[in-house]
Design a protein around this ligand. Structure first.
Ligand code: AGP
Length: 608
């Protein structure tokens, strides 16, 4: 997902742009660039493939002084990773940077008879078309940008600098995020809050149907059709600078794993009144919740696994359809929806395009939309009828950790309340359930502190190319999440299997010393899981067993045994997920990899 930073003010813009691009690196990218007005008010453009450090070296060699510019980290969509395809893209008066996809760029090439391009990107086409409008309107920025917004189709967050308008930056967005602020050193715009956190606790969200103009000490928005001034709401940032930084940990991921106890408490407490969940503050009343007869949770990746956990616990309790869907699949289906269907998009970033598209589909079909989101005022949050905010604070590492456990907690709070309202849970059962949930921060804290065996496991996995996670029921879901964590930051090919499925094909892959991580926290089926472990052990697999500390097992059943605190099996997912997060983290560091910014991945997938 691309990163955008822009600044116009009174101090050295280069530092602000480069620091901003560094803070946005976690979003994932493969090239970077800046453009700025030099001391003669001419535009200079510097671009490079690879890391922001490569760009920094080129900018430091440049002798121009500038107080106005913009920067971009590109995650390639159209066109390979080359200098030419890196942003900014320029055409005569127009310089633009873009996060998103211009879906009709090919037809624009035909419509505007664009014969020559310097790059293969959709963004350059937008620059060429905008320049045409700019010249046709006698260099009117607002009218020409308005025409562009009526011409391009797709999703975008775009910043524009016109070479004959020094110290001005224009911005437009559709679905993709932008935040902006103005301070005593100037005005700043960025893809997300991490780009502006060092400068201000106040920010504005450029509205979708507006053209935003930044000048050194002012930000204005104009309705993009009428060009009338629009009111901009000033929002208060509830993240402190250090909360978005590493706080002394070597990696954001380890910091965020350790933040889980507090993140859970911060998420649970605000939604508890008189010891039971209460969602009146988000505007949804109990009658509405009680009328729900079909629940569809929609998400991607780790967020989807949180949905699967909630479904596994509440389907037998609620006795109504409670299903989780892959958002990138759901958005192209014709889901069964009635006025009593509750659709729950779950998203840490609140910007995942497939989840957002699924939300829009479900909303158009008449579903009630209650999203569970971590980033305040994100697009998914603002597109929902109701939103439960998880209060995990900024999650910077690409591998989602604290967002996962707080998503499960939020789903548990919501679905247990619905169960109570529908008389599927007594008040006693509900209070007991919530008490157990409230004990999870302490359980997680204890699990994190017992990581010595996990470090041994990481040393063993360090040289492996393949690994299997196996489990049954909720432990299978934990296996899915554990496999995702391990593969995405250690690059070890890791698969998760329902343990009973092994003999239906997968066991053919088990070879000598193949690592198999088995998860066993459900007493009702522990013996079944342990016999699956024996099956793979008989094929010379090396076993790592994550198991409830009270369960019985043969001492020599595994090379490594990681005990899990004895909790109600519906809550075992909390300590288990911390163990699988730490296995992934320590294995990645053992392999000397970029834990927070793994190859090919972005923190939030805002393009299809
Ligand atoms: C999780 O470790 C991954 N980074 C990824 O699967 C992530 O959970 C997924 O892209 C969904 O992101 P979201 O929660 O911001 O929508």
């Amino acid at each position: 997902m691309c990163g955008i930073i822009g600044y116009t003010g009174s101090i050295n813009a280069k530092k602000i742009l480069l620091d901003g691009l560094s803070s946005l690196e976690y979003r994932g990218y493969d090239s970077a660039g800046v453009c700025f007005f030099n001391n003669k008010n001419n535009i200079e453009v510097i671009k490079s493939v690879g890391k922001v450090d490569n760009l920094k070296k080129l900018v430091e060699k440049n002798n121009s002084y500038t107080t106005c510019g913009m920067g971009h980290t590109r995650w390639a969509t159209h066109g390979n990773v080359t200098n030419e395809n890196a942003h900014p893209h320029s055409c005569s008066y127009v310089n633009i940077i873009h996060n998103g996809i211009i879906e009709n760029y090919l037809s624009l090439i035909e419509e505007y008879n664009i014969k020559e391009r310097k790059s293969d990107t959709d963004t350059e086409v937008a620059a060429i078309v905008l320049n045409k409008f700019y010249e046709e309107t006698n260099h009117d920025p607002l009218i020409s940008i308005s025409k562009l917004m009526n011409t391009i189709k797709g999703t975008y967050a775009i910043c524009i600098m016109f070479s004959d308008r020094p110290n001005e930056i224009f911005a437009i967005r559709k679905l993709n995020p932008l935040v902006a602020t103005t301070t005593n050193i100037g005005s700043i715009i960025a893809s997300d809050l991490t780009g502006i956190i060092p400068y201000s606790k106040n920010y504005i969200l450029p509205p979708e149907n507006s053209i935003v103009k930044l000048t050194p000490y002012d930000i204005r928005a104009y309705e993009y059709i009428t060009l009338e001034r629009m009111e901009l709401q000033i929002l208060q940032l509830n993240w402190s600078v250090d909360s978005a930084m590493k706080n002394g940990y070597p990696h954001y991921m380890l910091k965020e794993i350790n933040e889980q106890p507090q993140a859970l408490t911060n998420t649970i407490i605000p939604y508890i009144k008189n010891n039971i969940p209460d969602f009146s503050d988000i505007g949804i009343d109990d009658e509405c919740l009680k009328s729900i007869d079909n629940i569809q949770i929609i998400a991607c990746g780790t967020a989807r696994h949180a949905g699967l956990v909630a479904c596994s616990v509440f389907t037998p309790i609620l006795k109504i359809p409670v299903n989780t869907f892959v958002a990138s699949e759901y958005r192209y289906t014709e889901p069964y929806i009635t006025e009593h269907t509750l659709v729950i998009p779950v998203s840490q970033s609140g910007e995942t395009i497939d989840t957002l598209a699924s939300l829009t589909l479900a909303k158009n079909l008449g579903a009630k939309i209650l999203s569970i989101v971590n980033v305040k005022s994100s697009t998914i949050a603002r597109s929902s009828d109701y939103c439960i905010y998880t209060n995990a604070g900024p999650e910077i590492a690409v591998a989602s950790t604290k967002a996962y456990t707080v998503q499960i907690a939020a789903l548990y709070l919501l679905l247990s309340k619905i169960a109570y309202l529908k008389n599927k849970m007594s008040l006693e059962e509900l209070k007991d359930f919530i008490n157990t949930l409230n004990a999870m921060p302490e359980v997680i804290k204890e699990t994190i502190s017992n990581d010595s065996v996990i470090k041994e496991v990481a040393k063993f996995l360090k040289f492996k190319n393949d690994c299997f996670y196996i489990g049954r029921l909720q432990d299978y879901i934990s296996s899915l999440e554990g496999a995702l964590k391990l593969k995405e930051i250690s690059y070890i090919h890791t698969d998760a299997y329902a343990a009973g499925e092994l003999k239906h094909g997968t066991i053919a892959l088990i070879t000598h010393d193949m690592p198999v991580i088995a998860i066993d926290t459900n007493e009702n089926i522990s013996s079944k899981l342990l016999s699956n472990v024996e099956e793979v052990k008989a094929r010379e697999a090396t076993i790592i067993l994550i198991i409830n500390e009270n369960f019985k097992y043969k001492k020599d059943i595994a090379k490594h045994i990681i005990p899990i605190k004895n909790v109600d099996y519906r809550f075992a997912v909390f300590p288990v997920s911390v163990v699988t997060q730490l296995i992934a983290y320590y294995t990645s560091t053992e392999r000397g990899l970029d834990v927070d910014k793994p190859r090919n991945l972005a923190k939030s997938v805002t393009v299809e």
